[in-house]
Design a protein around this ligand. Structure first.
Ligand code: GLY
Length: 426
């Protein structure tokens, strides 16, 4: 099979890497890819939001399956366009992608189907939203309804912060039409966990849990980022909790989408929080998590491409995934200043030495290759992944490899997996 992977982040590098191990694959082509993907796969530069041009490329390159990494093209209907042209895509269509494209749609679906989530109210009027915030005791969570490049959620500790976020969203319109509607939600306390569930519209096939680290600095301080590191398995998710999440949340959501006539085909990402009242949904996303994919896919022993094909063919009930018992820790190296302003174009040293250990994987994100050398080209730059027979070994492998890498201003968290250590120490 000839597979096209769309995207340019660490998630897409991990997807291309895992797909390329399939017994079904002959070629992996990445659009646009990054510096690291270019070393291993053919990469084509194209605008991933120009679906007609992408479909032309897919047709001319005789692509059998397109795997879409990021959410924006899915929410904009890339799957619908490609299917109309007879090209198979792994990823939800536009109607199903509303699970991420509209937070109010997802919330409504959860409420109607008793899927545990925080209480929320939806507003289209600034004045009404403002009055509601005035009546609440903070902390409170404010969410722009539509896609906002990961910046649409504010956890406001004071009323002023909530009002400021509301003003940015609905008056200054910093997220454009994505902020015309807002959700104001109760703040939930607990440990966050991510679950990725494959679906063919009917069957839900769950991947192993992982935990992301969204804040920029150690100790979960600083601004929210796309994710500064992840690990799997998650010791605080017992078998019982995992089953509960699978049944009452992920399967319930897939079934609900099927019942309403908008079946969900693709990977559904549950961003969950383990509260004192049990697991609850913070958000659903319609693609693999980044960096969760980089911590989960290295543990997958069975054929990922086969699972994606079975999902597209509606045969996921015939597929089983096999998982390695190994621990996997992924540490993200970012450009100095990320998620705020940062500079790019710095040469990256030490990549070869860092990847010599067979328990290390390096997935590139914001990198580019020029004259045979790799340079920084984005906010999140590299994902350094360590595998080990226990958590401490995996973490040690990742940080040892990371210590060999150097570029100007590089920043990373030194405490990835600290909650796992706490849970294991007991
Ligand atoms: N790691 C968070 C996300 O993928 O949305």
């Amino acid at each position: 099979m000839r597979v096209m992977v769309i995207g340019s982040g660490g998630r897409e590098h991990a997807l291309a890497w895992k797909i390329s191990q399939s017994r079904l694959v002959s070629d992996v082509i990445c659009v646009p890819g990054n510096g690291g993907m270019e070393e291993d796969y053919e990469c084509l530069s194209a605008d991933i939001n120009d679906f007609s041009s992408l479909a032309e490329i897919a047709r001319s390159r005789r692509i059998d399956l397109v795997v879409v990494g990021p959410e924006a093209p899915l929410v904009e209907g890339i799957t619908d366009t490609f299917r109309k042209k007879g090209i198979d895509v792994f990823g939800p269509d536009k109607k199903a992608a509303r699970m991420e494209g509209s937070k109010s749609f997802a919330k409504q679906l959860m409420i109607e189907n008793n899927i545990p989530t925080g209480k929320a109210r939806m507003f289209e009027s600034y004045d009404e939203a403002r009055a509601y915030i005035e009546s609440l005791e903070p902390p409170v969570v404010l969410k722009a309804d539509g896609l906002a490049a990961g910046k649409g959620v504010t956890v406001a500790v004071t009323k002023d912060e909530a009002l400021e976020a509301l003003e940015k969203c609905m008056v200054e319109k910093v997220f454009g039409s994505s902020g015309e509607r807002v959700l104001i939600e109760e703040f939930l306390e607990g440990e966050e966990v991510s679950i990725l569930t494959l679906s063919d519209g009917k069957t839900a096939l769950h991947m192993v849990p992982s935990q992301d680290h969204k804040r920029a600095y150690d100790g979960d301080e600083g601004p929210n980022t796309g994710g500064m590191g992840a690990y799997s398995p998650v010791p605080s998710v017992s078998e019982e909790i995992e089953k509960d999440i699978q049944l009452r949340i992920m399967e319930a959501a897939i079934k609900a989408m099927e019942r309403r006539g908008t079946p969900y085909t693709g990977v559904l990402y549950g961003g969950l929080i383990l509260t004192a009242d049990g697991p609850k949904v913070l958000e659903f996303n319609v693609r693999f998590g980044d960096p969760e994919a980089q911590a989960v896919l290295p543990r997958l022993e069975s054929d990922l491409l086969q699972a994606l094909v079975m999902a597209v063919e509606g045969k996921l009930n015939e597929h089983r995934m096999r998982w390695s018992p190994l621990f996997c820790v992924c540490v993200v190296i970012a450009s100095g200043g990320y998620p705020g302003k940062y500079e790019i174009g710095f040469p990256i040293k030490g990549l070869k030495a860092a990847s010599e250990d067979s328990n290390v994987l390096i997935f590139h994100a914001g990198t580019k290759k020029e004259d045979g050398k790799i340079f920084t080209a984005g906010g999140r730059v590299l994902n350094i992944v360590g595998l080990g027979s226990d958590f401490e070994e995996a973490r040690g492998v990742a940080y040892e490899a990371l210590s060999m890498i150097d570029f100007e201003g590089m920043h990373y968290r030194k405490d990835i997996g600290y909650r796992a250590l706490q849970a294991l120490e007991g």
